[in-house]
Design a protein around this ligand. Structure first.
Ligand code: IFM
Length: 453
């Protein structure tokens, strides 16, 4: 079913973005690559999770996904057709170090050599995310991110990968959305590894942040003149009414989603109000951890999709609050389309944390695409979603936010985690039976918009 956004569409102007603004698209290894157990790759927690009955819609797995591993050359040409200046992808840790640490898999490195070299040959700058949720299963079996040993393993992986690619890759993202890895995976149990325990989730969040902090100097050492940052999924939270109870509920929700990660990264430590709420479940912190987490970085990556409207509800969970479904436009994920939230968020992050540079490392929407009789995919809603959010970006730049680039999510439809293949976020349509790719109307518009002038 093709839906059309009713929000008033104001088209962004390319001239409102600086000449050196970076335009890209983003993907992640498990969502795209397939070849799950080929050429020495071992299972990750997402292989285990997706093969566990009942965890992913339709029993879908990333075994084949978009088969990007085998269709690499074709996909590189597609990226060129998109006029991309940059391509953000993640590396599968279990392709590089199948046991999590120790023996290095040469075939795994070769695949990323081909990807990076293919990008550079096409004048596309590679942006590498080290960890996009796919922990090698062997490390999970040994305690996963709740164990401090996994931090050491991640640093070994970082060292191996950046020594190998550091001569050609100059943009590194340590983690993608640690909130999701920690809380969706360990508190809500809807992502791998599927735990439901607050203390575990908080300890995981601390170790993810710590591993980020300790990885930054390794990346700088192995990749001279590199730009290094972390990507957070941030969502501005709005109080449903003017009442002080709703204001507190919104503040707590902001603490859970945003401040729990932003504050320590920018040297403020974990927020006191959240530590009080978490009490005995708060993470174990070793002397020196907070200083390591607050290491200076070159940029902050922000993934923005929607906002939260929150109201107080006595007795409702730990935070005594609930999300309100306000009237508005929603995507197929039931996420509100709220571009003003992006401008609000960018201004607030700039004001409160003053990062040297910000990149939107993901932004996009899922709708139920239809292939027309002429074979075209006229995804007007997604196209309008992009227009609205690019306009929000240009408004932020006018307000002096140091926004330096934008990566649309995603280059193509792919494995949307617990939602399987039902939720399509691509600028390119993928037929998951034939694996044919076809640029959607949104993709054509985006490639035209970002074309070098
Ligand atoms: O597909 C995901 C991606 O892996 C992380 N950020 C959000 C996207 C859409 O849900």
């Amino acid at each position: 079913m093709t839906t059309t956004l009713k929000l008033e569409i104001s088209s962004p102007h390319r001239s409102n973005f600086p000449k050196d603004f970076i335009w890209g698209t983003a993907t992640a290894a498990y969502q795209l690559e397939g070849a799950a157990l080929e050429d020495g790759r071992s299972a990750s927690i997402w292989d285990t999770f997706s093969h566990t009955p009942g965890k992913v819609k339709g029993g879908d797995t990333g075994d084949v996904a978009c088969d990007h591993y085998h269709l690499l050359e074709r996909d590189l040409d597609l990226m060129k057709q998109f006029n991309l200046a940059a391509y953000r992808f993640s590396v599968s840790w279990s392709r590089i170090l199948p046991q999590g640490r120790g023996a290095v898999n040469a075939k795994g490195l070769e695949f990323y050599d081909r990807l990076v070299d293919g990008l550079l040959e096409r004048n596309i700058t590679p942006w590498v995310t080290l960890y996009h949720w796919d922990l090698p299963q062997t490390l999970e079996d040994a305690g996963g991110w709740a164990s401090r040993d996994t931090v050491a393993a991640y640093l070994e992986y970082t060292d191996v990968l950046s020594k190998h690619l550091g001569d050609r890759v100059k943009h590194w993202i340590t983690h993608n959305e640690p909130w999701c890895a920690a809380f969706l995976g360990n508190l809500m149990g809807i992502h791998a590894p599927g735990n439901r325990d607050l203390k575990t989730a908080l300890q995981v969040s601390h170790h993810l942040l710590l591993s980020h902090g300790l990885a930054v100097p390794i990346l700088h050492q192995n990749s001279v003149d590199a730009q290094v940052g972390i990507t957070l999924n941030l969502g501005p939270t709005y109080a449903f009414t003017d009442s002080s109870e709703d204001a507190t509920a919104a503040r707590t929700s902001d603490g859970f989603m945003n401040r729990w990660f932003l504050d320590p990264l920018y040297g403020k430590g974990y927020p006191q109000d959240m530590l009080e709420i978490y009490g005995a479940a708060s993470p174990v912190i070793v002397a020196g951890d907070m200083e390591a987490i607050a290491v200076e970085t070159d940029f902050l990556g922000i993934n923005y999709y929607t906002r939260a409207n929150v109201k107080h509800k006595a007795g409702a969970g730990l935070f005594e609050s609930e999300q309100v479904h306000v009237e508005g436009e929603y995507t197929f994920f039931d996420w509100e389309v709220y571009p003003q939230g992006l401008t609000d968020l960018l201004k607030r992050v700039t004001y409160d944390y003053d990062p040297p540079a910000i990149y939107i490392t993901e932004n996009g929407a899922t709708y139920q695409d239809e292939v027309g009789e002429d074979g075209e995919i006229n995804d007007t809603s997604r196209l309008n979603y992009f227009k609205l959010h690019l306009e929000a970006c240009s408004n932020s730049i006018k307000a002096e936010v140091p926004l330096k680039g934008y990566f649309a999510w995603s280059l193509m439809d792919n494995f949307e985690w617990a939602e399987g293949y039902e939720k399509r976020f691509g600028l390119t349509y993928v037929d998951f039976t034939t694996l044919e790719r076809k640029m959607k109307a949104s993709g054509k518009w985006y490639s035209d918009f970002i074309k070098p002038e």
